[in-house]
Design a protein around this ligand. Structure first.
Ligand SMILES: Cc1cc2nc3c(=O)[nH]c(=O)nc-3n(C[C@H](O)[C@H](O)[C@H](O)COP(=O)(O)O)c2cc1C
Length: 171
């Protein structure tokens, strides 16, 4: 798939088949996330790949959006310690930006592999950390199912018009 095809084909998928992506696919996806840029090349991101079927079910229940992601065979949980990024000159911690860049690399690469994902931002972080033994110094800012879609979707649509978001030279 050409790069722009990947961008257009990435959609949020909430219905999955039980087919399990291969370990090679998972490694290619995580490797793409590994190549993402980070503040000062600090590379704070790590990934918990939840494959054990019972654990997958426990995580799915803990997410709390049980009307969705019912058969998802795998969950990938992105984790980052706050200390492994920078602080900008407004005093703001930058680790959410590193997280977002790496996780989007992951999601786009999954799309290129023909796999389905859905960035999940609404979940009970302490519960997920507890289930997966993730130390408290890490933050989870997103997780995603990984699998094959049971409901194929078309290209990305419903976006604001281009001319409303481009400001040439000045706002
Ligand atoms: C940061 C972030 C958090 C999101 N959280 C959720 C979520 O908790 N549950 C969900 O079903 N979708 C979630 N989504 C998916 C969005 O609803 C989706 O990206 C948006 O509706 C656009 O649709 P598309 O991804 O198919 O283009 C999230 C997306 C992002 C980027």
């Amino acid at each position: 798939m050409d790069f722009y095809e990947v961008i257009k084909n990435r959609r949020s998928h909430r219905f999955y088949t039980t087919e399990i992506p291969s370990d090679d696919q998972i490694e290619r996806i995580i490797n793409a996330a590994r190549l993402a840029p980070t503040w000062g090349n600090r590379q704070g991101m790590e990934y918990v790949i939840v494959k054990n079927p019972e654990l997958v079910k426990t995580v799915w229940e803990a997410i709390g959006q049980t009307e969705k992601f019912v058969n998802a065979p795998i969950f990938i949980v992105g984790i980052i310690p706050e200390s492994k990024s920078g602080i900008n000159n407004s005093g703001e911690k930058y680790y959410p930006v590193d997280f977002g860049i790496c996780f989007e690399h992951l999601i786009l690469t999954a799309t290129a592999e023909g796999l389905a994902t859905c960035w999940i931002g609404y979940f009970n972080e302490p519960k997920i950390k507890d289930i997966l033994n993730i130390p408290n110094r890490y933050r989870i800012l997103g997780l995603t199912p990984l699998g094959y879609t049971a409901k194929p979707k078309g290209e990305v649509r419903n976006r604001v018009p281009l001319e409303t978001i481009i400001h040439y030279d000045k706002f």
